[in-house]
Every structure is written in C-alpha cells, then in structure tokens.
Design a protein. Structure first.
Length: 217
C-alpha cells in the first residue's frame, strides 16, 4: 500500500479487496530505514474498509514495543527485521513468539545484504520469512537479480526440515518476474509500484497472479 494514492485511499483499498489477496503495509520510522511512511491512524483507516487480511511489515527499531498496537488494528500477519532485533540486542525468537501469542502469523525479514543463512536458526519459530528483493525504505526500486538464488536457498532449507514456512518477497515484483519468483520458491509476492502505477491496476494484479500460478501448476 506504500504506492497507493493516499488522496484517494479508499479507492485503492477497494481495488485490493476486489483483486488482491492481502494488504501489505510498510511501516517505516525514519531510523531503521531513511524514510517515513504511515502509522496507526492510516492502518486503522485501512482496517475499517479491508476485507482481505492485513500484513504489517515493520521496518522500525524496537519492533517489540509496537506489536500489541498493530495486533489491535486487526493485523493477520506481522513481520520485523532480523537486523533491527540484533541491533537492539533482542532475541528474535521472543519477538516471534510475542506475535504468535496474539494469534497472528509471525514473520522475520532481511535486507538483500544479509545472508539468508541467518534466517535458518529461526525457521521453526516463524510462520513466514520476508526476503527483501530491494533495500527496505523506498518504493519503486529495481529488483535485485540475486534474489532468486536467495529464495531458492531458503526454500531448500525449509523443505529439508519439513517445515510449513512460507516465503514472502517484497521489492520490484511485477508480472515480468512473478513466474520466476514462484519457481524459485516464493509463496507471497508483494507488488506496489507495478500495480498502483499501472494503467490498469486490476489487470496488473491478475497478470502477476496468473504468471505465478502458471509456473507452479
């Protein structure tokens, strides 16, 4: 939703209700990432109209402080960055368990410069992992091609352990790479600019979904 038209937000919410699967909400604090996005009032406004699950991506320091409030907005999924937890000296396992204790799916995110192997110790505690295919903080960045191998490496580890952990990918996702992302092992594709900046956003969503599904069927 970072790429939505905030002057006409209800229109874009209805688009996702009609054509999308989830609302991906990027929460930026200007400290963990060099940008600010939106906070509780906007999330609560979206929640009032949303009929699809809300997926809250915390790009913030001290994510544990805000999990109860985002849980209260009705979020179905909450992810935070491994880097943020490590910088704060907090145990990611405790934060993942905090999220899951609220009946919410818990996710652990990493930026492109973090080795995917750093996710492996936490896979048993996570419902999903979020692999950033651009650097967190700004929409409209170009997709990083090395992301395919990173996704495949995490998928291999998940399968090796027999876990039910989904892989979410965020950054530069479009119809052009959706099929290859799905083939690499991605389960959830987050698309912003390629949808909301498209001439026909609804058709853009359909093409992303179709290309991904055709690859795995």
């Amino acid at each position: 939703m970072l790429s939505a038209d905030f002057l006409h937000l209800e229109k874009d919410v209805e688009l996702v209700n009609a054509e999308g699967d989830i609302f991906h909400l990027d929460i930026m604090d200007g400290t963990f990432v060099p940008n600010l996005s939106y906070g509780f009032p906007v999330v609560q406004a979206i929640a009032r109209k949303a009929t699809r699950p809300m997926d809250v991506h915390l790009m913030i320091v001290h994510p544990e402080k805000y999990i109860p409030r985002f849980a209260d907005t009705g979020a179905a999924m909450i992810s935070f960055h491994l880097e943020a937890a490590e910088d704060d000296g907090n145990d990611p396992v405790e934060i993942l368990r905090m999220i899951r204790s609220r009946g919410i799916q818990a996710g652990l995110a990493i930026d492109p410069d973090v080795p995917v192997e750093k996710l492996f110790p936490y896979l048993e505690e996570a419902d999903f992992v979020l692999i950033m295919s651009v650097f967190a903080g700004f929409g409209g960045q170009s997709f990083i091609e090395a992301s395919y191998k990173r996704i495949a490496a995490v998928r291999d580890e998940i399968q090796k352990r027999g876990l039910n952990v989904r892989i979410e990918v965020d950054g530069g996702v479009s119809a052009a790479n959706a099929g290859r992302l799905a083939a690499a092992g991605a389960d959830i594709l987050v698309a912003g600019s390629s949808v909301f900046k498209a001439e026909d956003p609804a058709e853009a969503i359909r093409r992303i979904r179709s290309n991904a599904l055709n690859q795995i069927m």
